[in-house]
Structures are given as structure tokens and as C-alpha cells.
Design a protein around this ligand. Sequence first.
Ligand code: SAH
Ligand code: F3S
Length: 441
Amino acid sequence: MPKKLYIKTHGCQMNEYDSEKMAKILKHEENFELTSSEHEADLIILNTCSIREKAQERVFHQIGRWRKIKDKKPNLKIAIGGCVASQEGDKIMKRAPEVDIVFGPQSLHRLPELYKKEQKVKKAQIDISFPKLEKFSHMPAPDKGEPSSFVSIMEGCNKYCSFCVVPMTRGHEVSRTVEDIVEEVKILSEKGTAEIHYLGQNVNNFKGTYKGEISSLAQLIELTGKIDGIERIRFTTSHPHEFKDDLVEAYANVPELVSHVHLPIQSGSDRILKLMRRRYDTDKYLKLIEKIKKIRPDMSFSSDFIVGFPGETEEDFQATMDIVEKVKFDASYSFIYSQRPNTPASQMEDDVSEEVKKNRLDLLQDRLNQIAFGYSRKLVGTTQNCLVMGLSKKDPGQLQARTICDRVVNFQADGYDLIGQLVNIQINEALPNSLRGVLNN
Ligand code: SAH
Ligand code: F3S
């Protein structure tokens, strides 16, 4: 009988991706099957994120809740992975004796080994090392292709933006080889994937080799566009500083590359951007957008924003609101600045009050939502090429698709044959978080 695995994931897309890989490797090597009930589990994994929240306390609270399950079921194993584990691994081992395994984002492929060892020696195991790229070579080949599949092309980040813990928790940038990535995409495409979403913290600095020479994201995208069955290509996250000309050119040369990009600006104030160590100013950012729009006038841009960075004045915040008006960003993410341990910004006084931070976040989010909803309303009456992802979450009698700008569209269909295909949908209603339409093939 398969053993049961329960995984709880905090945080980003990258963590979702890593959790999927954990499930896969444990299924492959230890015959674990996912369960949605923590009470049924033989192994519980918490994949943690330390980018923003008061992450550490959240982890100890969660462990406390699982302790009660373990009291009744002593054979239950608890494993803590992800960025909090990477930064606080030793502390977790000391403070939470019920934890059996601690592993970092770069050592998740060693989970089966750590699990076996813990059972054999009956002693908690920890591995939070950064073995270069070993993680990728240990992954079993994809066994199914979702209509849209994430493929990680690099790990870590060297940018050291002053507010960010990622370089500390995920280590330095290492890229996979182009051959390795293309091979994975070919397998996914044969199994039904139509859209590839390349993932990494800083994908435009991708430096994997191709035929022994250093390649680029642009070259990887061009090669991907040629793979049979791949109809759409996306990538996140790209840093405005390294969005090189060959990548801009890819919008002219690769029709599969979608006319939508997530390009985090963080702030509209040049003074704050400098303190954030982002390495671009608003002028450079706006010029980049112009360059891309020259090639693709219909291009849409989304962003991440941080409000309340140390020293952010009303004037700085207004500059952020102004850039939102200039670019008219599509659906974006915005966050309240939170001081992260060991980051350069943690040396600066976190001097914007919680109240001011919250007010600024509300103002920014209201405006971002208004603009995004405006784009949704503009789509009403048009026909959009959409990729059918699966069943609608709200109404299983309907299917769910995604537009090029990544909006969810629910529509009526007979059966499930269209899942994984690109279809034309006439949009006839815009709701705050989705669209409704009818097939128009
Ligand atoms: N690699 C990506 C970002 C990774 S973190 C990039 O280049 O932008 C995702 C987002 O979390 C960031 O874009 C930023 O907006 C937000 N973030 C990161 N650290 C933060 C902090 N200390 N406080 C608030 N938001 C933060
Ligand atoms: Fe973080 Fe900046 Fe890298 S936001 S992930 S240090 S590009």
C-alpha cells in the first residue's frame, strides 16, 4: 500500500514548483501518494517561504499544530523545507524536537535519502547545503504534461536587492544547460503541454550552456518556439536591469512568446530604487517598455511593488502612483515592506509607520485593481485566443481557459476534449477576478 504524503506550501510560484517536485520524487523512490488530509499522512512536509511574512513564527505555530497529530500517531514524520529551513535550520532542530527532517530548496532531491536515513538511525536529519544543480539531475522525467507546465531553468539569485532574502536562502545563480531544458520541454510537449512557463528568480540572467558555449534566455526561447506542440512561452521573473536587446528581439522573432510580461519595478521613485539597489531608474524602465511596445504594441505589463521601504516619503510614494498611471500596469502584486534578517536594508531604520504603510498599500492596490478591471472590461465583445486549462473551479460543468494576458475565462463546453488546446472565445462578461465567454471556433 502506498504511504501517504501531505504537503503544505507557503509563498511563491517557485515553492509551488518545488513542492510538486518533492511529491514526484517521493512517489518515484518511496511510493508516496499525495493526500489532502494531514490526519491521514505518514509524512508531512512544510515548504516554507521567508520573503515577506513573519515567516519563522508561522513555521513554529504550524509545527505546534502537527505535534498534536504526532502525539496520537508516533510514526508520523515531519519535514521542514524551503527558505526558512535554509536560514533557520539549526534553530528548528533545537526548538522543535518533533521535526524529523530539515532540508533546503537546493537539497530537496535528497528527501528520499534523508527519509530512509532518519528511519534507519532514528535520529533527525538535516541537509541545507547548496549542491550546484544536483537537484535537476536527480528529478525523474515528467510523467504527464499539464496544458501549461512550469520548467525551472535556473536557481538562486546574485542581485542582492537590498530588501530581499532570496540570495541568502537560495544561494547564487546556477543555470541548467539548454540541452537539458529543451529535452524536458520536448517530453512535456509529447505528453500534451502546449504552454511552457520558464521559472527562475532572475531569468534574464540565464547563462546555461548550449553546445558548450554560454547561451541566453533569448536563445532558449527561440529554440523552444521550434519545438512541435509548444504554442505559448512565458517566463518569470525578469529583472528590468538585464532585459537585454536580444530578449527584446525575441518578441519579433518568436510568435509563441506571449504579449505579456511580468517586469517588477518595485517603486516609481528613483531615490528609493537606488536604496533598493535595483540598478535601474524609472527612465530606463520606461524606455525598455517603449522598446518592447514598438515590436508588440498590444504588449501588457504586470509588476511587483513594495510600499513603505525605509525612508519612503509621501513624495516617493506619489512617484509610484505616477508610474502606475504612465505604464497602466495590468494585474500586479503589491506588498508592504518587511524587514528581512541579514539583508542590507535591515541595517536601515524601518521608519514608515504600519498605518502609513497600510494606507499606501490600499491606495496603490485600489488603483492597480481599477486599471486591471478596465483592461478586463475592454476585452468584453472581443474574441481571445485562450488555452484550455481544465475544469472551471466554480462550476465543474464549465471549462476554464487563460487569455494571453493570463486572465481566467470560464466557458460552457461539451465534455473535456478541449483541455490542453488553444481555442477562440468570445468574451461577454468581465468579473473582478475572471471573465466569461462562449466558444467561437
Ligand atoms: N526575483 C524577483 C522577485 C522575488 S521576490 C524579482 O526580481 O523581482 C517577489 C517579490 O516579493 C518581489 O518582487 C518584491 O516585490 C517582494 N518582496 C521581496 N522582499 C520583500 C520584502 N522584504 N518586503 C516586502 N516585499 C518583498
Ligand atoms: Fe530578490 Fe532582487 Fe533577486 S528581488 S530574487 S534579490 S532580483
